[in-house]
Design a protein around this ligand. Structure first.
Ligand SMILES: CC(C)(COP(=O)(O)OP(=O)(O)OC[C@H]1O[C@@H](n2cnc3c(N)ncnc32)[C@H](O)[C@@H]1OP(=O)(O)O)[C@@H](O)C(=O)NCCC(=O)NCCS
Length: 162
């Protein structure tokens, strides 16, 4: 996992512009390369400002980006959290990459931002996403779940003190 750069725009579009990686995303895939460039710009701004952010994931033994994961500052129910993110190219699914990346992100967050809950949210039908969050140690909290854009958001967190 490494910090992305502006050079990664084609990799961002390859992953985020693919309808297969957005079946459960109400916003749908990125429409064009410019949309992915704007997405990447937001990630780079976050990294510049906070010194961390979403990573590009590469395999040790093959060139190229297979996906993106990591944590960024966010808010949930008016509280600061670290949003756990993962989206991988469809041809690399089912090999444990998302689990490995999410576990690494959760472990990183526990060291660098121990006071912030790591939170993942997704739709009810995105079972792969829910299982990835659970495999990274997050626990579902129905009491934190809300409707987002007309859809029920399933929420899993690392912790959530009263
Ligand atoms: C979610 C996603 C990142 C999982 O990537 P992956 O590399 O296939 O995940 P892993 O191989 O590490 O598997 C993680 C868990 O998901 C489960 N899983 C993977 N694909 C699944 C599927 N199609 N249906 C049900 N469970 C699935 C695995 O069995 C595993 O669960 P387990 O530990 O209980 O066995 C990938 O499907 C993806 O990129 N989806 C599109 C983007 C997305 O939905 N991101 C989340 C936005 S909220």
């Amino acid at each position: 996992m490494r910090r992305p750069t502006a050079e990664d725009v084609d990799a961002v579009f390859a992953v985020h512009g693919d309808p297969r990686t957005n079946v459960h995303n109400p916003a749908g895939p990125d429409r064009d390369r410019a949309a992915s460039a704007a997405r990447l710009h937001g990630w780079l701004e976050h990294s510049e400002e906070h010194g961390f952010g979403y990573w590009a994931v590469e395999l040790a033994d093959a060139p190229g980006v297979v996906g993106f994961t990591g944590v960024q500052h966010a808010r949930w129910l008016d509280r600061p959290v670290l949003n756990l993110y993962y989206r991988y190219a469809a041809e690399h699914w089912g090999r444990g990459y998302a689990t490995a990346g999410a576990r690494h992100a959760v472990a990183w967050a526990a060291v660098h931002h121990p006071a912030l809950p790591v939170l993942a949210y997704t739709t009810l039908d995105n079972i792969a996403s829910q299982r990835t969050a659970a495999a990274a140690g997050l626990v579902r909290r129905p009491d934190l779940e809300v409707e987002l854009n007309g859809l029920h958001a399933v929420v899993l967190v690392s912790s959530w003190s009263a």
